[in-house]
Structures are given as structure tokens and as C-alpha cells.
Write a protein that binds this ligand. Structure first.
Ligand code: SAM
Length: 279
């Protein structure tokens, strides 16, 4: 049996689908988890691959340690989405973190991922620094009054429940919720296939952020080439020195992808992606 991803009608990937471990309509989205000989447990939401046991470390390390190691002293973190727990696991590796607020719309994703992807969260959902909120991230940010140093939007693609997290209104709320030197990072699609998402985010960010950039990371099961991760701040964020990143990285355990040279290199954007960053 084969599992066919349905993100793109004209092209896609398919997996040998071993045992189907879980499948249900959660009330927000269709959730399936199946086993694959190469990638281990694989999760898809509404037909789109979200995470696998084999390659999750690439995405979660790059989404978290680039902003966290750039910021001088990240204490208060907001995660939007991230129901599989990988982002939370990596955030909690930073000793500077005093509080993490995670806003996930679908409780079922958390519960099922704790069961079928135990190494994603690794107990992170039990950490006393966590304030877990089950809500739409856009609704949360619209009523939020807290100030955060880092906001990480680990959402699905801009289809279904994730759509509101790619709109100007949400980004305005993120800007209001960020400290002056705070950093916003977003899951921003695979530019070769979803280049319009880079352009749209770049334009939406213009009224709110002085720093508007992207960095790249190649996640094997996010097909179409490297994924763009959005990087924004109300301040001009200077490129951190290699020495500073070396020092910060030394304090993070169990890294399998992130390194200072990968961090700095990730901001080197090919011309076709630079050409998408137009107002
Ligand atoms: N790494 C994946 C990617 O790059 O596509 C994302 C994985 S994570 C499972 C995506 C999470 O976003 C899911 O748990 C989903 O329930 C959550 N989500 C989608 N829309 C949301 C919203 N409006 N507010 C909060 N969480 C949302």
C-alpha cells in the first residue's frame, strides 16, 4: 500500500505505507499516522506530510536555535502550533528560558503525538515552564497582552486551520506581542513550489518589522527543495558572529543538525528566492 501526499496536484511524494497506527477526523483536520521502513512513524494532516521520526531534527533544530542563539537572552517564548512537540523540546534546551506559552488549535495532535512520536516531545509537555493553551493562534494573538522575546509559528500550510497564521492581521498581533529586540520565526513553505508564500509574507511584514528575511533548511520530506523559514524583528538584527554562536551552541545538548556554520550559511539565499522578496 502507498501513501500519496496531496499537497500539490501536479507533483508529489509517496511512501510505502506500513501499519496505519492512527487515523481520524479530529474536528479540525484529518490526522493519519503510519509506519514507513525508511522514515519511521510519519504524520500527515489534511493530506500534507507534517513530520517524521527520521528527519524531524532538521526542521525543529533550525526553527528554534537560529532565533534563540541570535537573541541576546531569550526568556519568554511563544509557540503557535507545534502540536507534535518538537519545537517545544528544542526551546526547553535553552537555560535562559523562563516561560513557554504554546498555542495549539488541536488537542488531538498533542495527545496522539505524545503516544506515537514520544521522541518529539520527550516529556516537554510536562515541563513546569510550559503554559499550554488550546486555541486558534490568531484568536490568541488578537487578545494577547503578554510580551515575548521569541515567537515561533510552527503551523500547517496556509490551507484549513493554518490559513489565518499567514495573514497580515496575525503578523500585526505578533509585532505587538514581541519585545523591541524580539524575533519572529515562521514556517514559510518550500519556495520552489510555494514561492508566493515568501512574497506574501515579505509584503505583509513591511508595516510591522524592520528586519524581514528568510533562511533555508532542507527537510527531506518537505518536498521541492529547501524550506524557507521567515525571520523578522521590529529592530535591525545584526548578523551574530561565529564566535558568539559557537559559545551559545556549546550550551545546547543533543544537536544533530544545527551548527554555527549551518546557522550563518542558512541565510545565503539563491537569486530566485531573493527575487521573491519584493514589496
Ligand atoms: N512542521 C510542520 C510543517 O512545517 O508543516 C508543522 C507541524 S505541526 C504538527 C503543525 C501544527 O499547527 C498542527 O499541530 C496544527 O494543529 C497546528 N495549527 C494549524 N492551524 C493552527 C492555528 N490556527 N492555531 C494554532 N495551531 C494551528
Amino acid at each position: 500500500m502507498r501513501y500519496h501526499e496531496t499537497l500539490y496536484s501536479e507533483w508529489g511524494q509517496n511512501f510505502e505505507q506500513g501499519q496505519t497506527l492512527f487515523e481520524a477526523e479530529t474536528g479540525h483536520q484529518h490526522l493519519i499516522i503510519f509506519d514507513n521502513p525508511r522514515f519511521g512513524h510519519v504524520m500527515a494532516l489534511d493530506g500534507v506530510i507534517q513530520t517524521t521520526e527520521a528527519d524531524e531534527f532538521v526542521y525543529h533544530e533550525m526553527m528554534v536555535h537560529v532565533p534563540m542563539n541570535t537573541h541576546l537572552n531569550p526568556k519568554h517564548i511563544l509557540i503557535i502550533g507545534g502540536g507534535d512537540g518538537g519545537i517545544l523540546r528544542e526551546v526547553l534546551k535553552h537555560n535562559s528560558v523562563e516561560s513557554v506559552t504554546q498555542v495549539e488549535i488541536d488537542r488531538a495532535v498533542i495527545d496522539i503525538c505524545v503516544e506515537y512520536f514520544p521522541n518529539h516531545s520527550k516529556g516537554a509537555f510536562n515541563d513546569p515552564r510550559l503554559n499550554l493553551v488550546i486555541n486558534d493562534g490568531a484568536a490568541f494573538i488578537a487578545n494577547n497582552r503578554k510580551i515575548f522575546d521569541i515567537i515561533i509559528t510552527d503551523s500547517t500550510d496556509p490551507i484549513g486551520p493554518g490559513e489565518v497564521l499567514f495573514e497580515s492581521e496575525f503578523y500585526r498581533g505578533c509585532a505587538d506581542a514581541l519585545a523591541k529586540d524580539g524575533i519572529l520565526v515562521t514556517q514559510n513553505g518550500v519556495p520552489f513550489m510555494q514561492g508566493d508564500e515568501v512574497t506574501s509574507t515579505y509584503r505583509c511584514w513591511k508595516p510591522y518589522f524592520k528586519t524581514r528575511s528568510f533562511y533555508l533548511t532542507p527537510v527531506p520530506t518537505y518536498v521541492g527543495g529547501s524550506m524557507a523559514l521567515g525571520f523578522a524583528s521590529k529592530s535591525e538584527i545584526a548578523k551574530p558572529s561565529r564566535a558568539k554562536l559557537e559559545k551559545r551552541a556549546k550550551g545546547i545538548r543533543e544537536l544533530r543538525y544545527y551548527s554555527p556554520e549551518v546557522h550563518l550559511g542558512a541565510f545565503g539565499l539563491p537569486r530566485f528566492i531573493q527575487s521573491l522578496m519584493v514589496d
